[in-house]
Design a protein around this ligand. Structure first.
Ligand code: BGC
Length: 447
């Protein structure tokens, strides 16, 4: 097999690494930061693997100068990170925290000084807790709260940040946080979910409009989780079940953004969103993004299941199947999934540009003699990057690839068990050690 080189992607392709505020920053209650739904959720019994929390996480809040040095050392030209809403506006609305703004100013300035381009996500799941008390994403008022926060960020950071992403994976924070209750804020039920979906759809487009108005030259995008979905068996029932799951996981958020409305023809339950829809919402859900961020980790196989009241389908987990390789998350390693997703999203004529804003894998790493030789992660990256190139060569307008993630960090409900980083973090001392995958990426990026 021909070895893939950075040069195969062309000069203008953006290579990077992604992180998120809550997963790395720590400093959960210092310098006037307000409480977020994740700060509160981790304190509840039984919610997080072994009671882990992110009060300290990787202490990125204090150690970011060293971490930026590591990014530079690895030749990574772009760093995608998120802003913590409750660090900037502690109560969600109203007073802006000078210290919160200062922190992100230092992070941005220091990145630029090291020639690392900041790519900023506005919302990566850590909603201010005060807004949760008002209903959070189930309350339509959130469109206004969010727009105000977006304008504060544009005002303070827009002179230096050129790439913005409005939301991180709305399907995950609405599904896990408002339907299954396994992520913050731990709400359950179809009503909460559908309300959250609709308000996130509206906030996403409105956030885009606010940004474009305040920063006409910025590149504005948003990011979607997605997985290639296939029927478990070649039966009509499984095929139909797969179509529904595909509509849910891959189409619910992008189609209204593009003016196509929710994919109700393939997923009936979404019709119930109507109860939250107001006049003119169809138009308000639309926004012409400069790019769409695709975040892919695996594929899903789906079986017909008549017992689920909302969708006659069941995802057959990798642990129930005979898959050659799965990750600590129990996700099948299936590199073709990223290729199929690129083709799928590129098929919407309104999508201008695609960027892989996350892709990566958690494997059980071994720290030995001061090293982590994580060959499985290296193969994972090579195989996925090869699939991105395959799509690009077939004409897909893909312009970037960001690996998830820089540091072994707080993996939400799974705590610190899964390790996704290019850099190992000692959980006692927080000492950083670059893994083989980090060195591999460095070498790949320098040729
Ligand atoms: C999220 C990250 C998460 C990663 C791995 C994505 O769903 O954006 O925050 O850590 O996947 O699960």
């Amino acid at each position: 097999m021909k070895v893939i080189k950075r040069a195969d992607f062309g000069e203008s392709f953006s290579w990077g690494v992604s992180t998120a505020a809550y997963q790395v920053e720590g400093a959960h209650d210092v310098d006037g930061k307000g409480l977020s739904i994740w700060d509160e959720f981790v304190a509840r019994k039984g919610k997080i693997y072994q009671g882990h929390h992110a009060n300290i996480a990787c202490d990125f809040y204090n150690r970011f100068p060293d971490d930026l040095e590591l990014i530079r050392k690895l030749n990574i030209p772009n760093h995608r990170f998120s802003l913590s809403w409750s660090r900037i506006i502690p109560e969600g609305t109203g007073r802006v925290s000078r210290k919160g703004i200062d922190f992100y100013n230092r992070l941005i300035d220091q990145s630029l000084a090291l020639n690392i381009e900041p790519w900023v996500t506005l919302y990566h799941w850590d909603l201010p807790y005060s807004l949760h008390l008002e209903g959070g994403w189930t309350n339509r008022e959130i469109i206004g709260w969010f727009s105000n926060y977006v304008s504060v960020c544009a005002h303070h950071f827009g002179d230096r940040v050129k790439h913005w992403m409005i939301l991180n994976e709305p399907m995950v924070f609405t599904g896990a946080g408002y339907f299954l209750g396994v992520h913050a804020p731990g709400k359950k039920g179809i009503r909460n979910f559908l309300a959250a979906v609709h308000h996130a759809t509206l906030a996403q487009a409105e956030g885009g409009r606010v940004m474009r108005q305040l920063l006409p030259y910025a590149k504005i995008g948003t990011t979607f989780s997605c997985s290639h979905v296939e029927p478990y068996r070649q039966t009509i029932k499984d095929y139909k079940a797969a179509t529904q799951v595909d509509a849910l996981l891959n189409r619910t958020f992008i189609e209204p953004l593009l003016g196509m409305g929710y994919p109700t023809a393939d997923l009936k339950i979404l019709k119930r969103i109507e109860q939250f829809v107001k006049q003119d919402d169809e138009a308000k859900m639309m926004f012409n993004m400069d790019f769409i961020g695709i975040q892919n980790y695996t594929r899903e196989l789906v079986k017909y299941n008549p017992f689920n009241p909302f969708i006659a389908a069941r995802i057959v987990k990798a642990s129930e199947r005979n898959v050659p390789l799965k990750t600590t998350m129990n996700w099948e390693v299936y590199p073709e999934s990223i290729y199929h997703m690129l083709k799928k999203f590129a098929a919407y004529p309104e999508v201008k540009k695609l960027i892989i804003t996350e892709n990566g894998a958690a494997f059980p790493d071994t720290f030995m003699d001061g090293k982590v030789e994580d060959n499985l992660r290296v193969y994972f990256m090579q195989d996925h990057i090869a699939q991105v190139l395959r799509a690009k060569k077939e004409g897909v307008n893909v312009h970037g690839y960001f690996i998830w993630t820089l540091l072994d960090n707080f993996e939400w409900a799974e705590g610190y068990l899964p390790t996704f980083g290019l850099i190992h973090v000692n959980r006692q001392t927080l000492e950083r050690t670059i893994k083989s995958s980090g060195y591999w990426y460095r070498d790949f990026l320098s040729h």
